[in-house]
Design a protein around this ligand. Structure first.
Ligand code: XUL
Ligand code: CO
Length: 439
């Protein structure tokens, strides 16, 4: 098999002072941080759709990057070439995992039986490559948003026939996920939302989405899928109101429908900021509910305000992300999937490598910094101090559930108004973070 990225060598760690653009400056896969190799903390994944498929098309123009890999687009030959390219790419960048949608892998046929036969064929080839290169599947999913049949959603569609077709796609995507040993299955409800309530039965649509997810769980477990199902929240785009607005909304939905034991949250950085939250906030909400499953590691642009899916470079953000991940005890079945694409004018093969070097180094730095914050301990100590009134006296009775509104009434009336609480010290804490990041 001939090399596709011929000009690109295997990317190695060369240290912070290297001027070789095709090297890692901070990512050392085997280097231990807090007792675990970087690669195990980070579990980087390549997103098939952005890397092997997307060529930079946007609303105003067509492909700028050539992702044909020498084959005619939308043929099985092309599907095979994408597999060759993907494994060479992951191998050269030391990326251990990948993620896919069903239709990223093969050209979809008019007949679902032909599509499924193509999926069987290509997944045999992928499986062999995974063994050859020692690569793993982080998660699989079905694309239930691109085809015109999904214009009103999949589980939320007004058409029972569309619901049925979506179920068939999910079944097949689960089959392939299990065949390839994947430990995750994602639901990003691309068009599970609505644009106007004038034509929408919201309660019915939510019930139906839950029905579809329940069937997916039942089927997945019946074929031996022992990983996690994920909801990937997003507040808008493509629909105006997406049902999975943010982590809190998705968790409420999962609990309401009894799906919370099988599902976790796949938090995407760019979706968090679209929801008007920080990335950190979304990670924390998932973590405190024991539902921090996996991460789509990208970055948005606050000046643009749509889902730009940029490669992450903001080290402050990656630091805060990894701080949350470390505090949550790490990602078990999940990882950091670069759901990210090159900017449209960065249109060469080389740019694909620069993008991953940028993202992987940004997260390696984030991990190193987050470990420093934890080892330093001042931030956590301050938080403990801030709540210490609950460790004694009436505070400990409140947290133990051993008091009542009447008793608190009596105490408050006897004592009178309390002193205002201690300072939040926000600026001091921010300057500790800067000190740790830059010393
Ligand atoms: C879309 C998005 C998807 C999901 C998988 O915004 O993030 O690529 O990650 O369907
Ligand atoms: Co995503």
């Amino acid at each position: 098999m001939s090399e596709i990225f011929k000009e690109i060598p295997k990317i190695k760690y060369e240290g912070a002072n290297s001027v070789n653009a095709l090297s890692f400056k901070f990512y050392e896969p085997e280097k231990e941080v807090l007792g675990k190799p970087m690669k195990e903390h980070l579990r980087f994944a390549m997103a098939w759709w952005h890397n092997m498929c997307a060529g930079g098309a946007d609303m105003f123009g067509t492909f700028t990057a050539d992702k044909s890999f020498g084959a005619e687009l939308n043929t099985m030959e092309h599907a095979y070439k994408k597999v060759d390219a993907a494994f060479e790419f992951m191998n050269k960048l030391s990326i251990d995992y990948f993620c896919f949608h069903d239709v990223d892998l093969i050209p979809e046929a008019d007949d679902i039986n032909i599509t499924n036969a193509r999926l069987d064929e290509i997944s045999d080839y992928i499986k062999a490559k995974m063994l050859q290169y020692d690569k793993k599947l982080l998660w699989g999913t079905a694309n239930l948003f691109s085809s015109p049949i999904y214009m009103n959603g999949a589980g939320s569609s007004n058409s029972a026939e569309v619901f049925c077709f979506a179920a068939a796609q999910i079944k097949k995507a689960l089959d392939i996920t299990v065949k390839l040993g994947g430990k995750g299955y994602v639901f990003w409800g691309g068009r599970e939302g609505y644009d106007t309530l004038l034509n929408t039965d919201m309660k019915f649509e939510l019930d139906n989405i839950a029905r579809l997810m329940r069937m997916a769980v039942d089927y997945g477990r019946s074929i031996g899928f022992d990983g996690d199902f994920y909801i990937e929240p997003k507040p808008k785009e493509p629909t105006k109101h997406q049902y999975d607005y943010d982590a809190a909304t998705a968790i409420g939905f999962l609990r309401q429908y009894g799906l919370d034991k099988d599902f976790k949250i796949n938090v995407e950085a760019n979706h968090a900021t679209l929801a008007g939250h920080t990335f950190r906030h979304e990670l924390r909400v998932a973590a405190i509910n024991n539902m921090l499953g996996s991460i789509d590691a990208n970055q948005g642009d606050l000046l643009l305000g749509w889902d730009t899916d940029e490669f992450p470079y903001d080290v402050y953000e990656t630091t805060m992300c990894m701080y949350e991940v470390l505090k949550a005890g790490g990602l078990k079945n999940g990882g950091l999937n670069f759901d990210a694409k090159n900017r449209r004018p960065s249109n060469t093969y080389e740019d694909m490598f620069y993008a991953f070097i940028l993202g992987m180094d940004a997260y390696a730095l984030g991990l190193i910094n987050a470990a420093k914050i934890i080892e330093d301990g001042r931030i956590e100590d301050f938080i403990d101090k801030r709540y210490k009134s609950y460790n004694e006296g009436i505070g400990s009775k409140i947290t133990a559930g051993e008091t009542s509104l009447e008793e608190l009434f009596e105490i408050a009336c006897k004592k009178g108004a309390p002193q205002p609480p201690m300072s939040g010290r926000q600026e001091q804490l921010l300057s500790i973070i800067n000190q740790l990041l830059f010393s």
